[in-house]
Design a protein around this ligand. Structure first.
Ligand SMILES: NC(=O)c1ccc[n+]([C@@H]2O[C@H](COP(=O)([O-])OP(=O)(O)OC[C@H]3O[C@@H](n4cnc5c(N)ncnc54)[C@H](OP(=O)(O)O)[C@@H]3O)[C@@H](O)[C@H]2O)c1
Length: 181
């Protein structure tokens, strides 16, 4: 089972549409929990795996993408906890954490250019390849791409208020200025 559906929306929370933020929680969090809960009995009966697509955004608060980052922190922690609970059951849970990837995500999230051309970017094929390798190795979590691995390792070590401030500066420069709505 792959929990892949999700979207984000760049901008200041106070200036966005509240309905869009609440819909994001429904798709990125509620649907993941509900669909997994409903399908788990079937998965346990026949064995299998649940891949939940989190994000590098899960490793630190993400100003100007505040709700999105928080939904991804939720699914990362939830998937890791679920994997422990499922030990010995014949079902495993893998939290997949990609960074910027070439998809429709950035267009949907409100950036003018749509796709983001940045040096951190990966293709969907690269992300899928790393996800499947992690699944075969029985890993509970995979951050794809070496640059994303370094970035999330550093972000995880820094005090949360500091990493939030640094993140705000980076997102202001590389994302907020590109918002086209
Ligand atoms: N692209 C990135 O840089 C990146 C990085 C980290 C994590 N992710 C995560 O990767 C996952 C896949 O996103 P993507 O990058 O492939 O973006 P995408 O090309 O925009 O695809 C988003 C997917 O989510 C579905 N979806 C969006 N809103 C929905 C809604 N309200 N109800 C039901 N389905 C909905 C879309 O279905 P329809 O096509 O039917 O609308 C589509 O299948 C998401 O969870 C995203 O948060 C993406």
């Amino acid at each position: 089972m792959i929990n892949n559906s999700g979207y984000g929306s760049y901008g200041r929370f106070a200036e966005g549409e509240l309905g869009d933020q609440l819909g994001m929680i429904d798709v990125n969090v509620r649907a993941v929990v509900e669909l997994t809960g409903r399908l788990l009995p079937m998965l346990k009966a026949r064995g299998g795996a649940i891949i939940t697509v989190a994000s590098t955004a899960a490793f630190q608060p993400t100003p100007y993408l505040a709700t999105y980052g928080a939904t991804k922190a939720f699914v990362l922690h939830w998937s890791l906890a679920l994997n422990e609970e499922l030990r010995g059951s014949g079902v495993r849970a893998l939290a997949l954490c990609p960074g910027p990837t070439t998809t429709e995500f950035f267009k949907r999230a409100g950036l003018k250019e749509g796709a983001v051309s940045d040096s951190l970017g990966q293709t969907t094929e690269e992300v899928v390849e790393e996800a499947l390798q992690a699944l075969v190795k029985g890993r509970p979590q995979v951050v794809t791409g070496w640059k994303n691995k370094v970035m999330t390792a550093v972000a995880s070590k820094l005090p949360k208020p500091l990493v939030t401030r640094i993140g705000a500066k980076i997102l202001e420069k590389y994302r907020l200025k590109q918002v086209g709505r």
